[in-house]
Design a binder for this molecule. Structure first.
Ligand code: ADP
Ligand code: MG
Length: 435
């Protein structure tokens, strides 16, 4: 579900809170539900067998066994709800602690943590949160422990009361000594079966409660979705891409990132967009790929609004180097091939894309060439410089056969020679593309 969620979901803390709850519980709650169902069924059936015997002794015996379970179930359900509320209230802090943990244990922050000597600070914060969460949980569990102590004592007292009752009736000669042994066991087992049955039902309630995060994630609605009857993507492009009075404000933002923007991108042309930081260039790219829909205006390809196109098809027609491109922990060749995974593995085309982007000279020098892993995290591999990574990202975008190519500050980390080379050959890249 997460893989298909809107990009906007990932900018919303509620989404992460729900996901965190779902991920925490989903590992074992479903098995626990199956176990709970089987156990309550088994104990229920066993109880029915003994119930007949108890009723034969006295109807009140049966009623007593049933009634005595009520306090325990009540305690279980009440505390399940308290624990659940505790989880809901503190999921943000749990995530914060988890983040400090990630901060302290991964490479991403390792340099600055050492230089600015931040580790003790974050460690203290981590410990403070975990300690507070532990105390809260401990107090709930302790209260449950005592409450369960009371209900269990009650139940035990009832069983002993029943023993006395059976013994009295035996002394009065109403039941035989053989029956006495039988009823002793019937009481003890009847109560055990019924209690286990109801306990499992209460556990089912608890499991269901804690799985709500998973259900919420499964129910996640997508705003950016496929149209019911998608129009075919215009091919070959005739008029190109057009933006008409597009205005867009990010979710929960006050100021629009784009305000009444119109432009035309014709096939076979190269368009450069220049603007200050924060002027909305990257936002425009996201609208082009329909990662967001604009609130006003329209983006269309050959007069077909993006909303009428099949999402996957639209995205297969646009190749992008995002400003914050991704670095995949995979081999160098795969990092380029990811630009067009529908294509068969074609080393020659791959080399061509790498040559155009300037990545080939970097990758050929690696110990295993294109087969080198570009990560040290998953396997013994190589690490590239930021600029070299950008060349790989560019090669990935060029490997794609999409007719529209978008480069968002593709040379920001490259040296001036690489930058010059790229812009020199940009025009030759693909004469029929919109770039
Ligand atoms: P540029 O690429 O031209 O430097 P952007 O398109 O990245 O600018 O950003 C345009 C404006 O939108 C900025 O003012 C920025 O604060 C805001 N912005 C960018 N990304 C987001 C986001 N994910 N959520 C909210 N606001 C954003
Ligand atoms: Mg930008």
């Amino acid at each position: 579900r997460s893989a298909r969620a809107d990009l906007a979901s990932f900018e919303n803390p509620d989404y992460y809170n729900t996901l965190h709850r779902a991920q925490k519980e989903v590992g074992y709650r479903p098995t626990s539900i199956v176990n709970g169902l089987v156990n309550s069924l088994r104990n229920g059936v066993s109880f029915l067998g003994v119930a007949g015997l108890l009723a034969a002794f006295h109807w009140a015996a049966l009623v007593a066994v049933v009634l005595l379970c009520i306090p325990e179930v009540w305690v279980r359900i009440r505390f399940a709800e308290r624990l659940f509320r505790h989880q809901l209230d503190n999921v943000q802090d749990e995530r914060k602690a988890w983040f400090y943990h990630r901060l302290l244990t991964t490479l991403d922050f390792a340099k600055e943590l050492r230089l600015f000597r931040l580790s003790p600070l974050f460690m203290d914060r981590f410990v403070a949160i975990r300690r507070r969460l532990f105390r809260l949980r401990q107090s709930i569990l302790l209260a449950r422990f005592w409450s369960e102590g009371v209900t269990k004592t009650l139940a035990l007292a009832a069983v002993y009361g029943a023993y006395v009752w059976v013994a009295l009736r035996t002394m009065r000669g109403e039941v035989s000594v053989g029956d006495l042994v039988m009823y002793f066991q019937a009481f003890q087992q009847g109560q055990q079966y019924f209690q286990d049955c109801v306990r499992n039902l209460a556990k089912l309630y608890e499991d269901n409660l804690f799985l709500s995060g998973l259900y919420d994630i499964l129910d996640l609605e997508r705003r950016i979705a496929d149209p019911k009857e998608p129009a075919p993507f215009p091919s070959p492009l005739d008029q190109g891409v057009a933006l008409r009075s597009v205005s867009f404000t990010y979710p929960d933002s006050l100021d629009p990132a784009l305000n009444d923007v119109s432009m035309k991108l014709k096939p076979g042309t190269l368009t450069a967009l220049v603007g200050e930081n924060g002027s909305g260039k990257s936002t425009l790219v996201k609208l082009l790929c329909r990662l967001y829909d604009p609130q006003f205006g329209s983006v269309s390809v050959d007069s077909v609004p993006l909303g009428q196109l099949d999402l996957d098809e639209l995205r297969s027609k646009i190749s992008v180097v995002f400003q914050d491109y991704s670095r995949y922990p995979a081999t160098a060749a795969e990092n380029i091939w990811f630009g067009d995974v529908d294509a068969p593995w074609d080393m020659e085309r791959l080399h061509k894309a790498a040559a155009l982007s300037g990545a080939s000279s970097v990758l050929e020098k690696l110990p295993k060439g294109y087969d080198s892993m570009l990560t040290k995290w998953l396997a013994k591999g190589s690490e590239l410089s930021v600029g070299e990574w950008q060349k790989v990202a560019l090669a990935r975008a060029l490997f794609s056969r999409a007719p529209i190519l978008v480069l968002d500050e593709p040379t920001s980390a490259m040296d001036s020679r690489a930058e010059f080379d790229l812009y020199e050959c940009l025009r030759d890249l693909a004469p029929d593309r919109v770039i």
